[in-house]
Design a protein around this ligand. Structure first.
Ligand code: PLP
Length: 459
């Protein structure tokens, strides 16, 4: 039997949630064009849509909010955040941003021009979007195991070092302005990257004199997996492991809505003074002055406190074990998931769950709509709706290698009975899976279509 971890906190504030009727949910789905992005959160019972910005903050963070210094420049909360940034990430230069993507946006403005290639273990959707809109290419070079949902591997997020070298040789080093690494690999089911792989990737970057950056949204979960799984790290603290990880990077962009344990915010950090001079200009045009970066002083304080809580071992142990519990409950029910279970979410493998629905008919969307209809639980499709794209040269539609549905765990929000409720609903759908039918697109925007597309069930 799956074991549930002891929560290292008790609950002080509660927020009511409501189960609607099946008829209400049917109407909601139709109005939303079968796209759960268009559903009001009040119509959702349990929201496993994302772990981004959905964290329950601690009493210490909430008291920090009252100490917000709302001065335009140089507020004291910035200096607290600066200290924490130096402790964990150790970058000489950094700015807060209002979330992760403006940091990515600046990074890509600094490095990407039409035709340039930015390798990553796997790009997150907004990272890929930020490269592609600038005419760049965004290859995913994770190890082959990353695309094999049943293969066990302790560090499925790893970069494939041979593929990385081949890519650089093939396109020419002058066309690779930077190497990115996403820790943990969100798109690849929240799988971690080993310290050894970080070191090897850094060595390749050094050989070709290419800057090496982290997309660091879940760096603390990654550090905890290194502690659990990589020889030599069992006695180190997650903070010490994170410090070593960042010692190899030239810079990082981060959505602090994940391991930063806050509801909004991001970070951009680097070692290069000249590069940072360019960032200052972009910041003032887009985010605001360098000491607030699109956030209130109180947000900076909550982030400074949240970052330190996010590397506490008791918290990370609970976090990783809660996710594992969810995955193990599903495995016990026979549901095909990506194994081993990653850090922030359980990913269902739709190619095995709904083999009778072709990728062109969006099996993941069929599943998330059915889950919502049956139970009021919201999950997100990360498959052909999110990632299929049409080759501009051949006009051919390319489907992603993984067809996944993600059930993300907001940090410190849901209890064991919430997880059991969702697991039971998913197991029931698995038993009835042959009843599910695909959907077709009714409307789609030119890029990142899964946010706003509208669909219709096939007859
Ligand atoms: C969330 C996320 C981003 C984007 O951050 P936002 O705060 O949502 O803008 C980028 N990369 C990864 C890996 C993420 O998980």
């Amino acid at each position: 039997m799956a074991e549930y971890p002891l929560e290292p906190f008790r609950i002080k504030v509660v927020e009511p949630i409501r189960l609607t009727t099946r008829e209400e949910r049917q109407r909601v789905l139709e109005e939303a064009g079968y796209n759960l992005f268009a559903v009001r959160s009040e119509d959702i019972l349990l929201d496993f849509f994302t772990d981004s910005g959905t964290t329950a903050m601690s009493d210490d963070q909430w008291s920090g909010i009252m100490l917000g210094d709302e001065s335009y420049a140089g507020c004291r909360n910035f200096f607290h955040l600066k200290e924490v940034q130096e402790t964990i990430f150790g970058m000489p230069y950094f700015v807060p941003t209002h979330q992760g993507r403006p940091a990515e946006n600046m990074l890509m403005d600094l490095y990407v021009k039409p035709g340039l290639v930015v390798p990553n273990n796997m790009h997150f959707d907004s990272t890929e979007g930020n490269i592609i809109v600038r005419g760049g290419k965004a290859p995913n070079l994770a190890i082959d195991e990353a695309w094999q949902p049943t293969v066990q591997h302790p560090f499925k997020g790893n970069m494939d070092i041979v593929k990385l070298r081949d890519c650089i040789e093939r396109v020419g080093v002058e066309n690779v302005p930077l190497i990115l690494m996403t820790v943990t690999n969100n798109t690849g089911a929240g799988q971690p990257v080993s310290m050894r792989n970080i070191r090897e990737t850094k060595a390749v970057a050094d050989d070709y004199a290419i800057p090496f950056w982290f997309d660091a949204a879940r760096y603390a979960e990654n550090a905890y997996f290194i502690k659990l799984r990589e020889p030599g790290y069992a006695d180190k603290t997650p903070l010490e492991i994170a410090q070593e990880m960042f010692s190899y990077a030239d810079g990082f962009v981060m959505s602090s809505k994940k391991d930063g344990l806050v509801n909004i915010g991001g970070l951009f950090g680097c070692r290069d003074a000249a590069l940072f001079d360019q960032v200052k200009v972009m910041m003032i045009l887009r985010e605001g002055f360098l000491t607030y970066g699109g956030l209130a002083g109180r947000d900076l304080e909550a982030l400074a406190r949240g970052l330190m809580e996010g590397v506490q071992e008791s918290y990370l142990k609970y976090r990783i074990e809660q996710t594992r519990y969810f995955g193990e409950r599903l495995l016990e029910g026979g549901v095909p998931i990506v194994e081993p279970v990653g850090g922030h979410a359980v990913y269902l493998d739709m190619l095995r769950f709904l083999p009778h629905i072709p990728q062109s008919c969006f099996p993941g969307v069929a599943f998330v709509c059915r889950l919502f209809l049956d139970s009021g639980v919201r999950a997100v499709e990360l498959g052909s709706l999110a990632f299929a794209h049409t080759d501009p040269d051949t006009g051919e539609v390319k489907y992603p290698g993984l067809e996944l549905v993600r059930l993300c765990l907001p940090r410190r929000v849901y209890t064991r009975s919430h997880i059991d409720y969702a697991a039971d609903a998913i197991i029931q759908i698995y038993k009835d899976r042959e009843q599910l039918r695909g959907l077709k697109l009714v409307w789609e925007p030119p890029i990142m279509r899964h946010f706003t597309a509208r669909l219709e069930p096939l007859p």
